[in-house]
Design a protein around this ligand. Structure first.
Ligand code: G6P
Length: 368
């Protein structure tokens, strides 16, 4: 069907703005809001309770969605997760248990490495579950079960709305796994579902920070290198933030686990390096504050993407603070996807780059 940019300058902008709607649509397909429960429409050909391990594989942004999901499956379902990029999985020849489960994540459902990893898992006798945005794709057809995202067609090469919808489905899957494995009480499930239901509204609020992000983008555009830091699920979000920025602005960016700062990247820090810290006020926030202090002590320019409570608790001089609405930490990655994408988008637009068609990149990599 017809896909246009609407009132937006770029597909990427339109797709960022669409997120409250498409995440809401995705949620409507996975949760029973009244009962406060996840409902999977398709019957699964395996039992989460019988799994000893979950293997996840994907490429690019979908891989980072998988990395976030690893934290969810491990904490909510106490299910050990092994995850790798598909270009490694396919040649590593990992031993995979017969009747175990491989989860593949792909917007297009056509990425060559992801497809090859899926086929490898099948050949090892694994069940396969695909989180895909294109239900008619090869990966969807070849998987034993499919959990669709309802992002609609994504045109911008840099993935945005597909990512937040992948996170939404993955959190629902982790809840379903937790219930099946008896690691999640009905109350906790309801609490997470209640939090999930607020995500579209919170994302709509986050989108409103656009003018502020535009101002910040002018600063980031001057940098040669940008560092992104985070802990817990904010660590993969830092990786995703760095990927988005380098993909479309061509500024060198690196994402790092905040606790690893002292093992390398701290050597890079001076006044010329913006350090973007993704830090909702969660259980490990104080640990991230120590890392921010290390950055500040070396003259690094901190850009905090956090909430008001965190900003007050940190009590640090930052170059800027993007004050996010308060969120239940479990859903933070879904909501924080918005500012991360806006930062990359506005930096690239300010620098005059072609954000929808960045050089050398393809939307779907169907050849190796
Ligand atoms: C390409 C795209 C990325 C995407 C990755 C995986 O590199 O530019 O945006 O994340 O492929 O694509 P998939 O369709 O498998 O999610």
């Amino acid at each position: 069907f017809l896909v246009d940019k609407g009132n937006h300058r770029h597909f990427m902008a339109k797709e960022i703005h669409e997120q409250p709607e498409v995440v809401g649509r995705t949620l409507a397909n996975y949760v029973d809001m009244a009962r406060g429960q996840v409902v999977l429409r398709e019957e699964l050909p395996f039992d989460f309770a019988r799994l000893s391990r979950l293997s996840i594989t994907a490429c690019g942004t979908a891989y980072y969605a998988g990395l976030v999901a690893k934290y969810w499956f491990e904490t909510l379902a106490r299910l050990p997760v092994e995850i790798d990029v598909a270009s490694e999985t396919r040649y590593r020849e990992p031993p995979l248990e017969r009747d175990g489960l491989t989860l593949v994540i792909s917007q297009s459902g056509e990425t060559a490495d992801t497809l090859a990893s899926l086929r490898y898992a099948k050949a090892q006798g694994q069940h396969t579950l695909a989180v895909v945005n294109v239900p008619t794709s090869t990966i969807a057809r070849e998987s034993s079960a499919v959990m669709p995202t309802f992002a609609g067609p994504e045109i911008g090469v840099a993935s945005t709305k597909a990512f937040s919808c992948q996170l939404t489905v993955l959190l629902c899957l982790a809840l379903a796994a937790g219930r099946a494995r008896g690691t999640l009480s009905a109350e906790r499930e309801r609490a997470v579902v209640d939090a999930l239901i607020t995500a579209p509204g919170l994302m709509a609020e986050a989108v409103k920070m656009e003018a502020e992000v535009e101002g910040l983008a002018r600063e980031i555009a001057k940098a040669r290198d940008v560092l992104y830091l985070g802990r817990g699920t904010s660590y993969p979000m830092a990786l995703e933030g760095a990927l988005k920025l380098k993909e479309i602005s061509y500024i060198h960016a690196e994402g790092y686990a905040a606790g690893e700062l002292k093992h390398g990247p701290i050597a890079l820090i001076d006044e010329s390096v913006p350090v973007i810290v993704i830090a909702p006020h969660d259980a490990i926030f104080e640990k991230t504050v120590s890392n921010m202090q290390e950055v500040a002590a070396r003259g690094g320019k901190i850009i905090l993407v956090g909430d008001a409570k965190g900003a007050a608790a940190a009590g640090l001089d930052t170059l800027a603070t993007l004050t996010m609405p308060d969120v239940d930490p479990v859903i933070a990655p879904i909501v924080y996807a918005v500012p991360i994408q806006l930062i990359a988008y506005h930096t690239a637009v300010f620098m005059g780059k072609d954000v929808d068609q960045p050089r050398n990149l393809a939307k779907s990599v169907t050849v190796e």
